[in-house]
Design a protein around this ligand. Sequence first.
Ligand code: B12
Length: 308
Amino acid sequence: VNSLFNLSTEKLHSWQIIDWGYTEEDIPLSLKYYDNWVKKNYHGPLIYMADERKEKRKSLSSFYPAFQSALVFLFDYKKAAKANQQNQNYQFAAYTKGFDGLDYHLWIKDKLDLIAKEIGITDYVLSIDAQPVLERDLAYRAGLGWFGKNSMLINQKEGSFFLISSILLPKKLNLARRSVATDHCGNCTRCLDACPTQAIVADRVVDAAKCISTFTIELFKDADAPKGYPTERGEIFGCDICQEVCPWNHKPLSTVTEQLHKVEFEKIFAQTDLENISNREFRRLFKHTSLERTGRVGFLKNLTKLKR
Ligand code: B12
């Protein structure tokens, strides 16, 4: 990772930033693919991808009118992905553990605000997942990787076990810009072949209705699991199968030497009779973690489907 103004490589690394890029490009390069995806109903139950927020994704300036440039950051969670390779009773998406077990929206906001402060920026807007911004495309524009066949943004050196978040600015910083990355998926189809629910319906196209991640993270009421849901693996929150099989992740993961400490929510999970707690108790136990999202009912839906 390169330094950024007065922020050293070491400092950025200490915030789990493994790469960053800069772009002034307002319009997503893959907009037509997004349009097509919605037209074909591949957003499935994800209404927020197809309602009035869709217009906002057409350009950064339609979301943030003062937009002039963006600093795009990749936040690493390889350590958690590596730990997930060990056999476990329940499989949590690695990102849920990768940021001290905290909800990454909170963790990353803290770091981006620190960065802005350190480099002396006061006027800015953050994009951390929930905003109507095509974040993979934004990272693509900043030269940080290519769209893999699993639709993940893949970085040639780092793989795909990172999250993308950005600082959007009302002025240009005149930093060096990288050219967009070339595709390195070649003939490989491991992600398509490995997806147990066949959610990757074509290269770079995920049918959200079939994706285990949608079922376990985005559905808050009882619902049927997608066909093929592997109850024996124990995917309880999110799913990383299409990333785990990706050859571009193998080398980056093999370089991880540090152990991941068990996070608080895993201990709670192991020690609590989750089926018999109240909604309020659920919220209290998982407050500020990623697991809070589904609520107790959504979480129980996952848990009961996995009963074996
Ligand atoms: C909606 C959403 C989901 C949905 C839909 C997934 C999807 N593929 O769209 C669901 C719930 C299924 C999901 C799952 C996951 N998600 Co999600 N999700 C999002 C969200 C909020 C929007 C994504 C989006 O715009 N989808 C619209 C579709 C059309 O986009 P797309 O699939 O990326 O397709 C693009 C490319 O395929 C491209 N394309 C297609 N063909 C071609 C051809 C060429 C030549 C080019 C250039 C481009 C191109 O164009 C499309 C439009 O940009 C973003 C955050 C954000 N604000 O952007 C996070 C985000 C994409 N998710 C993320 C993560 C980590 C995940 C999971 C790994 C979580 C987990 N462990 O369970 C899984 C992975 C599943 C998968 N293979 O995608 C990260 C991805 C980081 C990365 N390295 O790519 C993001 C960026 C969140 C973040 N802030 O870091 N997610």
